[in-house]
Design a protein around this ligand. Structure first.
Ligand SMILES: C[S@@+](CC[C@H](N)C(=O)[O-])C[C@H]1O[C@@H](n2cnc3c(N)ncnc32)[C@H](O)[C@@H]1O
Length: 288
């Protein structure tokens, strides 16, 4: 791998983030449920073209390693179905239920998933903090990606952890992955600008809002300990801007490894570079 000047600047920012005191505070997203048509379309476009597509493939790889052997998995706040479509293709023997409160996002998910001809996915309108809809019954796996920061406050996030705990059977699988709150506004701006290089300005604004709405690692760790002690929390390192909280993983069979490699090959070169960087930053944080 050839290092560029921007890599040194990134390294300097990340070390600075590691040693600086916490000055940033959490600011909720302007809208928690993404019920605006343009916003839903823009999110789907970001998931198909920009850095988010690389993060989706990275999460799909680790989700697939975490849910092996499960029968029914709920994707909580599935949005436009970017992660759901990949994991459903990679795991055809598992039934997936995508849940979201936004009809617009569910329409985007429908438009993304149906043309793929997947028969193992259903989409349901529901509140992820309640899990009181019939499709939640019998689930033995729960996913939630890039959505916890959309919940407006820590008590509501606590409701999600409680609902998952109450519905999770013994040996159930968990994979939660989301943005993690950085300590300074300077780091937030740096990560948002790096992630959105080449993307229209509206995506930069969205990323800034999302990073500012992310929960702090300490809050996630406290909820993990209280409700899901069987999981482990990992963050990117040295800048903790992403976290993954999950149950144990297993090695993938060769067919799934080949399928993941194909997903990676479909990413643009720029997004493959994003995937590689995230993989390394998570490895530094102990996620292999
Ligand atoms: C940023 S999107 C993430 C979508 C997808 N999981 C991904 O990884 O790309 C966040 C989603 O959370 C949904 N959401 C927010 N609060 C919710 C709630 N209480 N119940 C269900 N969905 C919710 C929004 O409508 C939106 O679709």
């Amino acid at each position: 791998m050839k290092l560029q000047a921007s890599d040194f600047s990134a390294a300097a920012h990340m070390v600075l983030e590691l040693v600086c005191p916490r000055t940033a505070t959490r600011l909720s997203e302007p809208w928690s449920v993404m019920d605006d048509t343009d916003e839903a379309k823009a999110y789907r476009e970001a998931a198909e073209r920009f850095a988010l597509s690389a993060m989706h493939v990275f999460f799909a790889l680790h989700i697939t390693r975490t849910i092996q052997g499960r029968r029914k998995v709920l994707d909580l706040a599935c949005g436009s179905g970017g992660v759901l479509a990949i994991v459903a293709q990679l795991n055809p023997e598992i039934e997936f239920i995508g849940v979201d409160l936004s009809e617009k996002m569910l329409e985007e998910a429908e438009g993304h998933i149906r043309p793929l001809g997947l028969t193992n996915v259903r989409l349901v309108k529901g509140d992820i903090c309640r899990l009181d809809f019939p499709e939640a019954k019998g689930a033995d796996g729960f996913l939630c990606t890039f959505s916890m920061h959309h919940l407006p406050g820590i008590e509501i996030l606590r409701g999600l952890f409680l609902a998952v705990r109450q519905n999770l059977p013994p040996q159930g699988a968990i994979f939660f992955g989301d943005l993690c709150h950085l300590k300074s506004e300077r780091s937030i701006r740096f990560i948002a600008e790096t992630e959105n290089r080449g993307a229209p300005g509206v995506y930069l604004e969205d990323s800034l809002n999302s990073l500012r709405a992310a929960y702090f690692r300490d809050d996630i760790e406290a909820l993990r300990r209280e409700f899901l002690p069987e999981t482990k929390l990992h963050t990117t390192f040295p800048a903790r801007f992403l976290y993954v909280l999950k149950t144990k993983s297993v090695a993938l069979p060769p067919s799934a490894q080949r399928a993941i490699a194909r997903e990676y090959d479909h990413l643009s070169l720029a997004n493959q570079a994003v995937f590689q960087k995230i993989q390394w930053l998570f490895r530094l944080g102990g996620l292999w």
